[in-house]
Write a protein that binds this ligand. Structure first.
Ligand code: MN
Length: 298
């Protein structure tokens, strides 16, 4: 089913007169794009240095879908207000999304908290991009999913929000540091005190926070009578099931570089794009004739 012919989009290249400036990174016109029924991405944070724009451009050039949901925090208005940062690659992303809309992809943009200035435009359509506060999506196998950014649950989850962003790397660094501190203290005749134990408590809280958040969102979805929920916001891609309610988080393009996709049979998949790029066959090497001529002459 995943290889079923793509029913909606016309062949690539039909849009010959797309207006606007040419992107800095030229669009790769591939014969074969990966085609999905639906794509969800969020937490792109355009307007910040954290955004992995080139990877996202690569993703956009290699995929297509009937529907694409932009699940919030696409543009980081909070940071832009403080400091304006907008490299050409960020324009390239906007250009590609608008071109997708023109080519026939239904694009639904659900602003998040960082792009909340776009929320008042809910119900409007800009260049084929529908702005919505939330959306309902029916999968090919008939499941009804609620799509929303996810900051709506922050009031419930307020305590220690920052802990959610303390990652594994910090934990391991802490463990190393712990060994070093323990040895130093021992040589000084000081009693054992675990820095990692103190830190571990906080990291454990972070893991619990994510788990708790996921459950809160899933339960809220259950109350609305849907089969599942798709959100972003916490920058933690995941697929889980809480008592029959499906929870999907499409991750982010700051750390994870993830997308959630629905295949044509309704099967859901989380993509980690750096892995997909790594798996790709390298392009054939271009033989450097000048260099080989030099070698022959030597
Ligand atoms: Mn957010």
């Amino acid at each position: 089913m995943a290889d079923a012919p793509f029913p909606v989009l016309p062949a690539l290249g039909n849009v010959t007169s797309f207006p606007g400036p040419k992107p800095k990174i030229p669009e790769r016109v591939l014969e074969e794009r990966r085609r999905y029924r639906t794509i969800w991405i969020s937490d792109v944070h355009l307007g910040t240095k954290g955004c992995n724009a080139e990877l996202l451009i690569d993703f956009l050039d290699h995929t297509d879908s009937e529907t694409m949901y932009l699940v919030g925090d696409i543009i980081d208005g909070w940071r832009l207000k403080k400091k304006f940062y907008w490299p050409p690659e960020h324009n390239d992303i906007v250009w590609r999304i608008l071109k997708r809309a023109k080519r026939g992809t239904r694009i639904v943009y659900i602003p998040g908290n960082h792009d909340e200035m776009i929320r008042p435009f809910a119900g409007m359509n800009f260049g084929g991009v529908e702005i919505e506060r939330a959306a309902f999506h029916t999968t090919a196998d008939g499941r009804r999913l609620m799509v929303l950014h996810g900051d709506e649950f922050d009031t419930i989850m307020l305590a220690h929000r920052w802990l959610a962003f303390v990652g594994d790397a910090l934990y391991h660094l802490m463990m190393k540091l712990n060994n070093w501190v323990a040895r130093a203290r021992k040589s000084l005749g000081l009693p054992y005190w675990s820095i990692s134990k103190a830190a571990k408590h906080k990291v454990k809280n972070a893991v619990e926070f994510i788990s708790k958040y996921e459950e809160v969102v899933a339960r809220a979805a259950a109350e609305r009578g849907v089969d599942g929920v798709v959100c972003g916001h916490i920058h933690t891609a995941d697929m889980r099931n809480f008592d029959g309610i499906e929870y999907y988080n499409d991750g982010d393009w700051v750390e994870g570089c993830n997308a959630l996709v629905e295949h044509f049979d309704g099967r859901m998949e989380l993509l980690h794009w750096p892995d997909e790029v790594a798996r790709r066959e390298p392009l054939p090497e271009i033989e450097d004739e000048a260099a080989s001529d030099e070698l022959a002459a030597a």
